[in-house]
Design a protein around this ligand. Sequence first.
Ligand code: PGA
Length: 252
Amino acid sequence: MRAPIIAGNWKMNPTTLDEAVALAHAVEAAARVAPSVTAVICPPTIWLADVQRAIGRDGISIGAQTMHFEERGAFTGETSPLMLDGLVQFVILGHSERRLYDGETDERVGRKVASAVAHGLRPIAAVGERAEERRAGETAAVIDRQVRAAVGGLDSLTRTGLVIAYEPVWAIGTGDAASAADAQEVCAQIRQILRAADADAADAIPIQYGGSVTAENAGELFSQPDIDGALVGGASLKPDQFAAILRAAARA
Ligand code: PGA
């Protein structure tokens, strides 16, 4: 009942416009192998308009990597939801790199999610525990706190377009993905939290896993009942790898 969503988070790559447009075209061609899967690319903000023009309105979906919750004002370097209107369908919010390097707090992630929904953008709200939190047995408590905060500004979860991405921080960019069983356990916990917030909507909300997803481990991850796709970093810069992940999602 939940169609899988595979989102590629390009992070601060590639570094030229020509490369960004070429990568978008390559990913778009690759995505044709799995038309049943929603494929999303999330280029750096500065390339969004050109990438959108290059792939057109009927192509793959586009997401931003972050945004501010305010519409306008004295927020140097930031991007307003109004500026993303018409450019992107999705926006990643609360990625662990933004939490770590840019002071993104639970409270701000909640405001951003509410702002995205209010502006008709689909938030991909990222949550996940750090290695030391996992070692201390705090994973469930961290997830509970982050998910509640992320959805805390929404009156209802129905028709919000919300996506949650579970990304254990220790698995991001390390080659050390969570096991399918561990990822499923946390994604099931996330669905329980969503159910408590809005029983009717929870079963329709896609929950992605992210953290060293590859063509090799994608199939097993996607076979889990509460994992509905992936937020992909490194492998999203390689169209062949991304296509293989899309195919794995189509098979699941
Ligand atoms: P990774 O990144 O796939 O390179 O581990 C995932 C992410 O940060 O979203």
